[in-house]
Ligand binder design. Structure first.
Ligand SMILES: [Zn+2]
Length: 510
């Protein structure tokens, strides 16, 4: 696992990098390929307008391996080929190939693979390309022209509707130079979109336009596991294949875009296991179809974990702001998540290059906003579950308000413990005038005890919701008719909303 200090160092690096990209934004879209930069139609389309894709998409890309006269390959072509293509890969780059990743993340709807070339040795030394922001493009042009001159056939790969090679990747040996903290170096991992490439530098060989491409490193962090390098490549593929935005924060301020920490491949994604794309991205690609959540009814809703069901609660008066709710178990692509439980994402689709609010943020159940404060990239109490924070509503911390502070109406409670299939209930525990649930003749507090006078036997689930959003299960078991006493000694004194069998609620201080 990446240490906290390393993470912060990396954040700092990306922060300085970002400010430089800002300066070069007309050229480098990289790790901030804006929607606005790729044509107006490329802004995120409101999800409701997207149809679910039932077809399997096959993408055959081209991966060009590059080494330098002064830095020769130390990883074999076969190893990289396997890391990209081999089903069930387990090798130098950890577990799972890029092909495995996209197949799993897409629920079988994207079959990505690539032809991996032999190493191409550049004319100049590595530092030449790594020392200027234009170094990436110089390498791009030199290598492609050289391959064409040697008779390479660029025609057999997947093209986009404009006739461009859809997935063109350069992987070069070694790392990129992090020593210059003042700005972007030439070979930092990047996705460069066509419009960032000067017209005269784009090429057409064998009838295929070669423009948009990604560049990454074979050993980006020499002192860390190679799996991190694979994750960076997969992250750049997210830009390249789908024009997904970066979703990490980088301003180092609470009010900055926030980011998703290690909860999404388009954020940091630097665990040994690459995290999946967050559900907003998976839905956007048509890989999953959300279930609309309404606040009517108080039934128990179930959420099979890890992409098998995602609930969406949408703002009715605008397009593009909503919450997504899914359950996460630390298995499969989710095995490297910082926490498990019910994950609640706040999404606001925006087309600005530097949007005012995070496009996607994660509601951290402990209320500490440590990701936004750059304290960590996710921690053990981030996701909702019984025993942590088991409620999310307009009064809880964090709360379910929209970004403009108006209440969204989203209120969920009684979130279960972490399980393969979690459960929760909709509806907020507010003060109701209704009588206690059927079966209960009387419910009252006597000091630090709750006295129940039960008329008819039945199963009784009683929950106390604190004003800070924490939820305590007082009992969840059958009761005989008669008088019963429940001790409240294990609950800190305070003001609580008490809910009986998920329905009736009353406010008590105890
Ligand atoms: Zn990026």
């Amino acid at each position: 696992m990446l240490s906290l200090i390393s993470s912060i160092t990396l954040v700092a690096t990306m922060t300085s990098y970002k400010s430089q990209v800002h300066g070069h934004r007309s050229l480098f879209l990289n790790c901030r390929p804006s929607f606005s930069s790729v044509a107006p139609s490329a802004r995120p389309v409101p999800l409701a307008k997207r149809a679910a894709a039932d077809t399997v998409e096959k993408v055959t890309g081209l991966v060009i391996l590059v080494d330098f006269p002064d830095q020769k390959a130390s990883v074999s072509r076969k190893e990289i080929d396997d890391m990209i293509n081999k089903p069930g890969y387990n090798g130098l780059y950890g577990t799972g190939s890029a092909r495995d990743y996209w197949l799993t993340a897409s629920h079988g709807k994207l079959e990505y693979g690539a032809v991996v070339t032999e190493y191409y040795t550049t004319l100049r030394e590595k530092t030449h390309y790594d020392s200027t922001p234009l170094g990436t493009l110089e390498m791009f042009q030199e290598v492609l022209k050289g391959m064409e001159a040697r008779g390479f056939d660029f025609s057999p790969f997947t093209r986009d509707p404009q006739g461009r090679l859809r997935a063109l990747t350069f992987l070069y040996v070694g790392a990129f130079d992090l020593s210059d903290s003042t700005g972007r170096r030439g070979l930092e991992p990047v996705f460069i979109d066509e419009e960032a490439i000067p017209e005269e530098m784009a090429m057409t060989f064998d009838g295929v336009k070669l423009s948009s491409h990604m560049v990454s490193c074979i050993d980006c962090f020499p002192d860390k596991e190679k799996a991190f390098s694979k994750n960076i490549s997969i992250h750049e593929m997210g830009h390249m294949l789908f024009h997904w935005p970066d979703l990490y924060g980088f301003d180092g301020k609470i009010e900055a875009r926030g980011g998703l920490g290690h909860y999404c491949i388009m954020s940091m994604g630097l665990s040994t296991l690459p995290p999946p794309p967050n559900p907003y991205l998976r839905i956007m690609q048509g890989w999953e179809t959300p279930v609309e959540l309404s606040m009517t009814g108080t039934g128990v809703l179930s959420v099979p974990s890890n992409g098998r069901k995602v609930y969406r609660y949408s703002r009715p008066d605008t397009t593009g702001e909503f919450f997504l709710i899914e359950a996460v178990a630390k298995k499969g692509l989710w095995a490297g998540f910082p926490d498990d439980g019910l994950a609640i994402y706040h999404v606001l689709e925006q087309e600005d290059f530097y949007p005012e609010y995070p496009i996607v943020s994660i509601e951290q159940a402990d209320g500490r906003m440590e990701i936004e404060k750059f304290i960590n990239n996710g921690g053990p109490n981030d996701l909702f579950h019984a025993g942590n924070n088991a409620a999310f509503n307009s009064e809880s911390i964090p709360d379910s308000k929209w970004w403009d502070e108006t209440p969204s109406g989203l209120a969920i409670m009684n979130i279960s413990a972490v399980k393969d299939t979690m459960t929760f209930q909709t509806g907020v525990a507010t003060m109701l005038k209704a009588a206690p649930a059927p079966g209960i003749r009387q419910l009252r507090m006597i000091g630090r005890t709750m006295q129940l006078d039960i008329r008819a036997a039945g199963h009784m689930q009683i929950t106390a919701l604190a004003v800070d959003g924490r939820s305590y299960q007082l009992t969840d078991r059958p009761f005989e008719a008669g008088s019963h006493i429940l001790s409240l000694a294990s609950i800190p004194p305070g003001v609580y909303i008490v809910t009986v069998n998920g329905k009736d609620a009353r406010r008590f201080s105890f």
